[in-house]
Design a protein around this ligand. Sequence first.
Ligand code: ADP
Length: 268
Amino acid sequence: MQETESRADNTPRESALEKLAQPEESHIRHVIAVVSGKGGVGKSSLSALLAVSLARDGYRVGLLDADITGPSIPKLFGLYQQPRAQNGKISPPKTALGIKVISLNLLLPNEDDPVVWRGPLIGGAVKQFWTDVLWGEIDYLVVDLPPGTGDAPLTVMQSLPLDGLLIVTSPQELAVMVVKKAIKMARMLEVPILGLVENMSGLICPHCGKPVELFGPSRAQAVAAETGVRLLGTIPLDPELSRLGDRGEIEAYRVDFLKEIPRLLENN
Ligand code: ADP
């Protein structure tokens, strides 16, 4: 097992040598991470929706919540039971669609407990999620990265053998600005970027049916053109999505353009 200390500094060249090997007794074919320039733009929702889309298409899917300080994945799926221990390893709970989920929230004695960790500790926890969880046969492992472009997402990206990255942003100017940093980080670490998703991209007025540009006009096309990253699609602000998420029923929501991900990964 090739395992080293996680790094909080920016040493992408060496990081290629530090990738974790396949976990014992498991086989994970592809790893896709979801990153955002900042928190609150819908990264966890998109990670969950990607896992749902893949599971619906018949793939065996895992979802690793690496957003350690704000883990929200289990709640979206209505998962609350503690994972079972099996021969010193963690057996991940499954969602209704059979997605295997691991998150620190499932292991905390009290799900409201705050986690005040920094990059290296987060990196250590995520490594354990990779190594000590009984994933079994997985076609796609989706990783919900810590938000931003600081040392926490960087350590995770450096240690997991990522095949592709999805960047999620909202139309707010700041989010668009920081997304360029996320793109730079991915290029630095030589992880292929599958594309950009603009979330909270306007809303349809429930009264008059006209589109409302809540955070100003979308700049997603412009950012895509400027950075050379493909715009995968946009998701409007939809009260139904937050309602389903709050109820733990995110598996009932569909985002059609996410079906393209396996093909995009093949072509990379
Ligand atoms: P992040 O992981 O980037 O912090 P979340 O996925 O946790 O963001 O989303 C933050 C909040 O916004 C959640 O309450 C979620 O339900 C809501 N939300 C995200 N995307 C949408 C959307 N397209 N429409 C409505 N609510 C959304």
